[in-house]
Design a binder for this molecule. Structure first.
Ligand code: SF4
Ligand code: SF4
Length: 90
């Protein structure tokens, strides 16, 4: 059985817009992965208070705390650190 319906093709302008859009998404994704807003500095004593507070379960504590890829940089854990080890770089 042959279907005579034409498959709509993208125009040159639409393909150009799609390409730009794809590059914007790729650039934003790369920036999001490179820019870490939240840092844990050397003051960390590994008490684990930040880990117990983080709703994303994004902090591992093995001697010291470390943010995992699950961290969404919300910053909500910052005030819970008793030694001010969690900071947002200026
Ligand atoms: S910044 Fe937010 S998501 Fe990341 S570790 Fe702290 S509370 Fe969790
Ligand atoms: S609350 Fe502060 S000192 Fe305690 S584990 Fe987290 S970053 Fe380290």
């Amino acid at each position: 059985m042959h279907n005579n319906q034409e498959i709509p093709s993208r125009t040159g302008a639409e393909i150009w817009v799609d390409t730009v859009y794809q590059y914007i998404i790729i650039i934003l994704f790369t920036i999001e992965k490179l820019v870490e807003l939240m840092k844990i500095n050397d003051n960390c004593v590994g008490c684990g208070q930040c880990a117990s507070f983080c709703k994303k379960g994004a902090i591992e504590v093995r001697g010291r705390a470390r943010a995992t890829d699950a961290c969404v940089d919300c910053g909500m854990c910052i005030p819970y650190c008793p030694v001010k080890a969690i900071e947002v770089p200026a």
